[in-house]
Design a protein around this ligand. Structure first.
Ligand code: GSH
Length: 263
C-alpha cells in the first residue's frame, strides 16, 4: 500500500487516522503542496484533481479521502470503523458528507490566516504560477483572492459562518453521545478530527472552547493511540508555531470576525 500525502493536510490526516486505527503499514510519499508537487504530470495521472491524499493498493488507485476511508474499511474489515446498524451507518455517512462540504471553508481559513504570510515572502510570480495550476476554477480563484486579501477576502467570513453552523450541529449531537455515529469511534470521528485541530492551530480555538461537548470529544479522541501515530507525530512543532505566529498577526481581525458570527 502506498499513500501520497502531506504532513499537515486535513484529508491526509483523516486517512492516516484510519490506517493507524487498523494498524495497516504503508509506504509514504510526501508531497510538498507549497512547492507544487501535486501538479507534477506523473501525480496528475493518479489524481487529476491535483490534491492529496491518493492511495495505491493492490494495483488500484484510490482518490477522495472519504471514499479512501470507506475503501479501507471495506477491504480491511478487522477493527471495523463503520457501525453495524444501518441507521447509524447512514448517520456516519451524513456527518462525513457534511465534513467534506466544510473542507473548502477550512482551506479558505487556513490560507487566509496561516499559509498566506509564507507565500507573501516568495516572489509574486512564483505564487501566481502555483495558483494558476489549480485545475478547478472556483478553487483557483478563491485561492488567488485569499492569498491577496487574507482575512479580508470575500470568502473568509462565509467560511467562518460555515464552521459555526457545523460546529453547532456537532455540539448538539455530542451533548448526549460520545461519538458521532453510534456508540463507538467511526470513520465520521476520524473525518472530523483534522478540522477541529485546524481551527485550534490557526487562532480560532474559541469555536471549540465555547462548545463544551465538542471540546470533550476533542480531548477524548486525542487519547487514542491512532491520534499520536497518524497526526501528532507528523506535525513538527515549528509548523504549529508558525501557524500560531501567523494567527497572532491578525488577532484583532479574527476576534472581530468571530464576534460578527456570534462567537
Ligand atoms: N475532496 C478531496 C480534497 C482534497 C484536498 O483538497 N486536499 C488538499 C490538502 S487537505 C490539497 O491537496 N490541496 C492542494 C492544493 O490546494 O493545491 C479529498 O477529500 O481527498
Amino acid at each position: 500500500m502506498k499513500l501520497y500525502h502531506n504532513i499537515a493536510s486535513t484529508c491526509s490526516q483523516k486517512v492516516r487516522l484510519v490506517l493507524a486505527e487498523k494498524n495497516l503499514a504503508f509506504e509514504s510519499e510526501f508531497l510538498d503542496l507549497q512547492r507544487g508537487d501535486q501538479f507534477a504530470p506523473d501525480y496528475l495521472k493518479l489524481n487529476p484533481n491535483a490534491v492529496v491524499p491518493t492511495l495505491e493498493d493492490g494495483g488500484q488507485v484510490y482518490i477522495e479521502s472519504t471514499l479512501i476511508n470507506e475503501y479501507l474499511d471495506d477491504a480491511y474489515p478487522e477493527t471495523p470503523m463503520k457501525p453495524a446498524d444501518a441507521a447509524e451507518r447512514h448517520r456516519m455517512r451524513h456527518w462525513c458528507k457534511r465534513i467534506d462540504a466544510l473542507h473548502p471553508a477550512c482551506g479558505v481559513q487556513t490560507y487566509a490566516i496561516a499559509v498566506r504570510p509564507g507565500l507573501q515572502r516568495r516572489p509574486a510570480s512564483e505564487v501566481q504560477a502555483l495558483v494558476d495550476q489549480i485545475p478547478d476554477k472556483t478553487r483557483r480563484e478563491t485561492r488567488r483572492s485569499v492569498i491577496e486579501l487574507g482575512v479580508q477576502a470575500p470568502s473568509f467570513q462565509g467560511a467562518l459562518a460555515e464552521h459555526v453552523v457545523l460546529f453547532d450541529a456537532l455540539q448538539t449531537r455530542l451533548n448526549d453521545h460520545d461519538w458521532l455515529a453510534g456508540d463507538s469511534y467511526s470513520l465520521a470521528d476520524a473525518a472530523l478530527l483534522p478540522y477541529v485541530l485546524r481551527v485550534e492551530h490557526i487562532g480560532l480555538g474559541a469555536l471549540v472552547a465555547s462548545r463544551l461537548s465538542l471540546a470533550a470529544w476533542f480531548e477524548r479522541i486525542q487519547q487514542k493511540p491512532a491520534y499520536a501515530i497518524a497526526v501528532a507525530e507528523y506535525l513538527p512543532q515549528a509548523l504549529i508555531d508558525n501557524f500560531a505566529k501567523a494567527a497572532a498577526l491578525v488577532e484583532q481581525e479574527l476576534a472581530d470576525s468571530l464576534s460578527a458570527v456570534g462567537q
